[in-house]
Design a protein around this ligand. Structure first.
Ligand SMILES: Cc1cc2nc3c(=O)[nH]c(=O)nc-3n(C[C@H](O)[C@H](O)[C@H](O)COP(=O)(O)OP(=O)(O)OC[C@H]3O[C@@H](n4cnc5c(N)ncnc54)[C@H](O)[C@@H]3O)c2cc1C
Length: 391
């Protein structure tokens, strides 16, 4: 098999890249090691920055998102027994966020790619990349029928997430990382959201987040220890702790419902430099991970592939390689700003195990400043809806 761009990974990064390239007449094949059913049911991120929702519209994919997604013009922060709202729209000149589950985004893009005839090879086994430094790199894998296949490409996009095979294929990477001394226990519940907007709560027991995926589904998170055993958290205990941490202002209760999914996610910040080796380009979680507090993971993946698609279009239209050469530098400025924001939100809102009362009071003062002064609120709002791209 031969294609112009071989894409490894059918997550948001790989699918969006394939779609952007297709619109400009560039062929791709997507190789995914999971089944279609699995990736379409995998509940992860749910907040799209303003520009991502606009991009989805521009490329003709916004119909279901506009119908079923929820536009939020603010978020709330709960602390010290009260709750304050950050008015994203007023503080950013009219921008908002779109709450639309990552799994819905994946479903929409899988359907569009298949309808357009782009091959997606699901359940590919033993995926590997070869000849990255030469003019025609190759992807090898075992197809779902057990046959060994090879795809020769002009370029390979490594969109295979944090545990993929592309990043380890790059020699001499510089790695920058932080682990946090806590994790998030997340549930998806069959319950109507209890508020129209996301609520971030800084409580002495630990952080909690009220979020949603649809008018019928609530997504809720609790800060827990990094080695927490999920078996220690029966549904009743989860609801009780969520009620404690999220209903600080009294007079308001969380809607409870059947827990459909629950899991524990470690918190990590990670960036690798560089994001390119020969004809292999990394994008999305393959190159960087953020703690989810800033809601940046899926948005950074979209930003990387937008930049990469423009570089590939320039190459195919005029043979120009300058944008391909500039790809890592063009992405890393935005990636580090999102890392800083995610680290800052995480540090401000979580209780650290070794934290004394001095630091707890500093955190409260910071939340008070951010929610009570326009300059602080504006900085949060601009980062939250998505910073503009560098020229
Ligand atoms: C449990 C969890 C919860 C999260 N919650 C949030 C959240 O609330 N908010 C937020 O902003 N972000 C969240 N994230 C992060 C967000 O989901 C990611 O940033 C986003 O999915 C990145 O998209 P991606 O396409 O780069 O990577 P992925 O979505 O990871 O996609 C990579 C794809 O590559 C496939 N793959 C992996 N290895 C191979 C291989 N060897 N061969 C072929 N295919 C391969 C994978 O199956 C996957 O389909 C969460 C992540 C996790 C893991």
């Amino acid at each position: 098999m031969r294609t112009q761009v071989g894409i490894i990974g059918a997550g948001p990064a790989g699918l969006l890249l394939s779609h952007l390239l297709h619109r400009r007449g560039i062929e791709s094949i997507v190789i995914e090691n999971r089944s279609r059913g699995y990736i379409e049911a995998r509940v992860r991120a749910g907040v799209m920055e303003h520009w991502v929702a606009e991009l989805v519209d521009e490329i003709g994919m916004g119909e279901r998102m506009r119908r079923e997604g929820l536009v939020h013009e603010g978020i709330e922060i709960s602390f010290s027994g009260g709750r304050r709202r950050i008015d994203l729209k007023a503080l950013t000149g009219g921008k908002s966020i779109m709450v639309y589950g990552q799994q819905e985004f994946v479903k929409d893009f899988v359907a569009a790619r298949l309808a357009a005839g782009t091959p997606i090879r699901f359940e590919a086994g033993s995926v590997s990349v070869h000849d990255l430094g030469g003019g025609s790199p190759a992807i090898r894998f075992t197809d779902s029928d057990g046959a060994l296949r090879q795809i020769e490409c002009d370029f390979i996009a490594g969109c295979d997430g944090f545990h993929g095979i592309c990043r380890p294929a790059i020699p001499d990477l510089a790695i920058f990382e932080r682990s946090y001394p806590f994790a998030w226990l997340g549930i998806l519940a069959e319950a109507a959201p209890s508020s129209d907007e996301l609520i971030y709560s800084s409580h002495d027991n630990g952080f909690a987040l009220h979020s949603m995926r649809s008018p019928e589904l609530t997504r809720l998170y609790l800060q827990v220890a990094p080695d927490e055993d999920i078996a220690e958290w029966p549904d009743d205990r989860i609801w009780e702790e969520l009620q404690t941490r999220l209903t600080q202002d009294g007079g308001w209760r969380l809607n409870e419902g059947k827990v459909l999914q629950k899991g524990i996610t470690p918190m990590r910040s990670f960036v690798c430099e560089t994001m390119r080796h020969g004809r292999l380009f990394l994008a999305g979680d393959a190159a960087h991970i953020v703690p989810p507090t800033g809601a940046k993971g899926m948005n950074l993946a979209a930003a990387d592939v937008l930049v990469l698609s423009r570089a590939l279009v320039a190459y195919y239209e005029s043979g120009e390689t300058a944008l391909l050469d500039a790809y890592p530098a063009a992405c890393l400025g935005r990636i580090w700003k999102a890392q800083r924001f995610s680290w800052w939100m995480t540090s401000m809102l979580h209780v650290f195990p070794d934290q004394d009362e001095f630091l707890r009071r500093i955190q409260r003062a910071e939340i008070d400043f951010v929610t009570g002064h326009e300059a602080g609120a504006r900085a949060l709002a601009e980062n939250y809806v998505g910073l503009p791209f560098d020229a």
